[in-house]
Design a protein around this ligand. Structure first.
Ligand code: ARG
Ligand code: ZN
Length: 883
């Protein structure tokens, strides 16, 4: 059943207070809920429809009286109450649930013996009957009762106001959350946990207790998470003036969790992999992810919790904004340019394909069957780009004014994306014209730019044209409002001062405070539009879309030599990297064409030279160098082809890597030499940058399959004192099949078999491998004692990882498709959310040749013909087929 944004209706009833009592048990759990209800319109007598799924109704009382049979109606998804009082009343419902059998990891479930919850988006209805929608905001209390020996720790939202012992070895805790919240932010945890405790004093002097809860043996691995939390709290005060609003903030790490983490009010629940880290077991990438996600969930306290979404179509209102905030936080804690590069790469490799495929949807979707399927890179990452564009258009101060107004207007409310837009606009008196189209039109805009210089008039013209291709259910598109940040480089590579621009027959000054600027933001709003810079004394090289100022595909008339020029001179770090990427994409694409025509592959010396000059530029940041010498991903390249050819792209990309490695072997060897360190592990930018550079050099070298290099890599593996370097060396060795590969993989497993998170890495390293016929190895690993189909992390590592190797997943014999098809059917019976994420790997099947198309299509049809398929998988599989 499909749900549409245009059918949104305000609720007939609101809830004022919700008092929950849980009696947790091994066989049965009882949930008693007492709600004060009031009708939106006094005296109206509409039925009250409550959501409820997979729960057993024991009793319903209205104002203390048991409800009569004829006054309620129960169906598999709802409980409908009629003949209700026409003014405020009390509703009491008792349900019985079985968390121990809940493998969907949604609602109340058990994870390694402990009880925990995940309610977003619609999991609360698996706990009790409720109006399970975010515009129902109420004040909650929660009393938890459980066996004291098995569940010594009892947590819920807000403040602990009472606790004590009960008979029969049981105990209880009573929690009260003073802030109104929607049901999706409710949380409960009960189990054997210990905490790392710390405090944070807010700028207005509130002393906040911080607690991170894990099983006792993991406490030493929570140092970095605690550091991240405190930094996040400080940053939100400094940058947005936002303070924490309670005396207690809890984080709980659980090993079984569908997503990354959840921002439940004052009781964040996290996937352990985003909390636990030690230098020996976690890599730099893990440390960075923990920093970002701890920040993300903390930032939700204002953007999500204090101001929430009216309905789930507005999800990006909180997620796009909060991703933007965590990106900014991580930038400020590390290197802004490198963070921007990483975020744009993610957008290109995951969001662009989604926007061009059958699951394409706007940042604010128009409809869904299962909301869980819309926690997507479009809502999150493209949504964050949309927020970033406000900042680009309004400036830092203007953006802050908009945020302040947003909170002033909407604190305590459930609102829409228009409300955010209006706050940005009104706080700045800005004309944002048709900017809202970014929320409603799916598809990545394609922008073409042509340039010309008029020496006589000393003007330089940029002509833009834009197009958004049709997407599912949206055939005709309007032109978008695209902010294009531009700078012009003179022949020495310096930024020219920009003074004014002719546009629409008017000469507009671009000066700021009377001074010329070096970057200006052009507002491209029409299908075709021209901007002419005045006072340009020589033909410039344009640096377009600086900092990636809009989530578009840009096609410009820059020549290869312009790009090399930008690569070595652009003052905008992002565009320097970008110039190298454009060159690499062009190069790989033309080599792919040669490969397909059986021509001999030759790598241009100019390109080798370009890479070499980056490598040897000591003025550059090391992490930047590591990014700049990383070739664009295979998916990114396949995306630019008429018919995606995974074998050709793989062969060519490997050819380029290997060729670069042999041409620059001496440079790479000295990079390894110079970037070793015997100091203990430190998580900071300079050390991460050093390790990143050393590790990428090692990866290039290992592609040579040279025995001396194998010895070197093995030495790095054995001497590593942290996971970042150990794992990078392991990955380097694992690139190609060999006896040594097998031995080192086995050695790594025996070292780390007791570390669940490291074992997941070990699975992922093998599953993502491009070695021929890897599907057989993955099938073997499915039977490995450490593998468990019920644990999402293991599934994402082994099965998700396998789908990340285009040559193996898209193997021409269909073996990859068949493997995934069978798993999806099995997995769907255990955990529909995880199954549906896996089935998405099929969604771009039309991009491939006919043989592959038929094989993939057959699997999608097989999945759809399965009895008892979940709505989650049904939605993705059916949309993939019928586009
Ligand atoms: N709100 C969570 C976050 O921080 C994600 C919740 C995901 N829930 C789901 N059903 N997919 O992004
Ligand atoms: Zn979020």
């Amino acid at each position: 059943q499909e749900i549409f944004l245009k059918n949104y209706k305000v609720p007939e009833y609101y809830f004022d207070t919700v008092d929950l009592k849980f009696s947790l048990g091994e066989e049965k759990t009882f949930v008693h809920s007492q709600i004060t209800v009031f009708p939106r319109v006094e005296g109206a007598s509409s039925p009250l429809v409550l959501d409820g799924k997979d729960i057993k109704l024991l009793s319903i009382k209205v104002d203390g009286k048991e409800l009569k049979e004829e006054d309620f109606y129960l169906d598999p998804r709802h409980l409908t109450l009629s003949s209700l009082p026409s003014t405020r009343f009390t509703l009491e419902i008792v349900t019985e649930i079985y968390p121990q059998y809940n493998t969907s990891l949604e609602g109340l479930y058990k994870s390694s013996g402990n009880f925990c919850t995940q309610c977003e988006a619609e999991g609360f209805r698996k706990i009790t009957f409720f109006q399970d929608r975010p515009d129902i905001m109420a004040k909650y209390t929660c009393r938890i009762e459980a066996d004291k020996a098995i569940y010594p720790v009892l947590l819920s939202n807000g403040n602990l106001i009472e606790q004590g012992d009960l008979e029969g070895g049981r105990h209880y805790a009573l929690w009260e959350d003073p802030f109104k919240k929607p049901s999706y932010l409710f949380a409960l945890v009960a189990g054997q946990l210990e905490s790392r405790d710390d405090t944070f004093i807010t700028r207005s002097g509130r002393k906040v207790s911080l607690r991170i809860w894990t099983p006792a043996q993991d406490i030493p691995k929570t140092v970095h998470a605690m550091y991240s939390l405190k930094e996040a709290m400080k940053w939100d005060e400094d940058v947005f003036g936002l303070e924490y609003d309670l005396d207690l903030f809890n984080i709980v790490a659980v090993p079984d969790f569908n997503m990354g983490a959840m921002e439940n009010k004052s009781l964040n629940i996290f996937n352990s992999k985003l909390v636990l880290a030690s230098p020996e077991t976690a890599s730099d990438a893990d440390y960075a992810a923990i920093l970002g996600v701890i920040g993300h969930e903390y930032f939700h306290n204002w953007t999500g919790n204090r101001v929430t979404c009216r309905d789930w179509f507005q999800l990006s209102l909180k997620e796009g904004l909060t991703v933007f905030r965590d990106q900014e936080f991580s930038s400020d804690m590390g290197s802004r340019t490198v963070k921007r590069i990483a975020d744009v790469s993610k957008l290109r490799s995951y969001q662009f394909p989604q926007d061009a495929g059958p699951m394409a949807h706007p940042v604010r979707p128009h409809s869904y069957i299962k909301m869980d399927n819309f926690y997507t890179v479009t809502v999150y990452e493209k949504g964050a780009e949309v927020v970033r564009m406000y900042k680009t258009l309004l400036g830092s101060e203007g953006f802050r004014k908009g945020m302040d107004l947003y909170f002033r207007r909407h604190d305590g409310q459930a609102v829409t994306c228009e409300d955010f837009f209006a706050a940005m606009r009104d706080a700045n008196g800005a004309d944002l014209s048709n900017f809202l189209l970014w929320y409603s039109q799916a598809g990545t805009p394609l922008v073409k730019v042509t340039s010309s210089y008029n020496a006589e008039a000393q003007t330089y013209s940029l002509k833009f044209s834009q197009e958004v291709r049709p997407t599912r259910g949206q055939l005709v598109k309007e032109p978008m409002f695209i902010p294009v940040a531009v700078g012009l480089l003179d022949k020495n590579g310096k930024d020219m001062p920009l003074i004014s621009v002719y546009h629409d027959g008017m000469l507009e000054s671009v000066k700021k405070n009377g001074q010329p600027v070096f970057t200006t933001v052009l507002q491209v709003k029409k299908k075709e539009e021209e901007f002419v810079f005045s006072d340009i004394p020589e033909r410039p090289t344009p640096s377009l879309l600086r900092g990636y100022s809009a989530p578009i595909r840009l096609d410009s008339d820059l020549t290869t030599s312009d790009l090399f020029f930008l690569l070595s001179h652009d003052s905008d770090g992002f565009n320097r990297w970008e110039a190298g990427q454009i060159l690499a994409r062009k190069l790989i694409l033309s080599l792919v064409a040669d490969y397909q025509q059986n021509k001999l592959l030759v790598l241009s010396t100019e390109f080798v030279h370009g890479i070499k000059s980056i490598l040897s530029d000591s003025s550059l940041d090391k992490e930047f160098i590591a990014k700049a010498i990383t070739l664009p991903g295979e998916v990114e390249i396949m995306d630019m082809m008429e018919v995606a050819d995974p074998d050709a792209v793989h062969a060519v990309r490997n050819f380029v890597r290997k060729k670069l490695a042999s041409e620059l072997k001496a440079e790479f060897l000295s990079m390894v030499e110079r970037n070793r360190s015997s100091e203990p592990y430190v998580f900071n930018h300079s050390n991460m940058a050093r390790r990143a550079l050393k590790n990428i050099a090692l990866a290039y070298l290992a592609s040579l399959e040279d025995p001396d290099i194998t010895d070197l890599v093995l030495h790095e593996y054995q001497s590593a004192t942290n996971m970042t370097e150990q794992f990078a060396a392991l990955a380097a060795i694992a690139q190609n099949p060999s006896k040594i590969r097998d031995d080192v993989l086995a050695d790594f497993y025996s070292k780390w078999e007791h570390e669940f998170l490291v074992v997941s890495k070990w699975f992922a390293l093998q599953s993502t491998s491009d070695i021929p016929r890897n599907v057989e190895n993955v099938q073997k690993l499915m039977k490995h004692p450490a593998f468990d189909l019920r644990n999402p992390n293991k599934v994402y590592s082994l099965i998700g990882g396998f789908c990340g190797s285009p040559v193996n997943f898209h193997a021409k014999d269909g073996s990859g498709y068949q493997f995934l098809g069978e798993i999806v059917v099995q997995l769907d019976k255990i955990n529909p959310q995880v199954a549906s994420r896996m089935v998405s790997a099929f969604s771009r099947w039309r991009r491939f040749d006919e043989t592959r198309q038929n094989l993939a299509k057959a699997q999608l049809e097989m999945i759809l013909s399965t009895n008892g398929l979940s709505e989650n998988v049904f939605e993705i599989a059916s949309k993939s087929l019928d586009n």
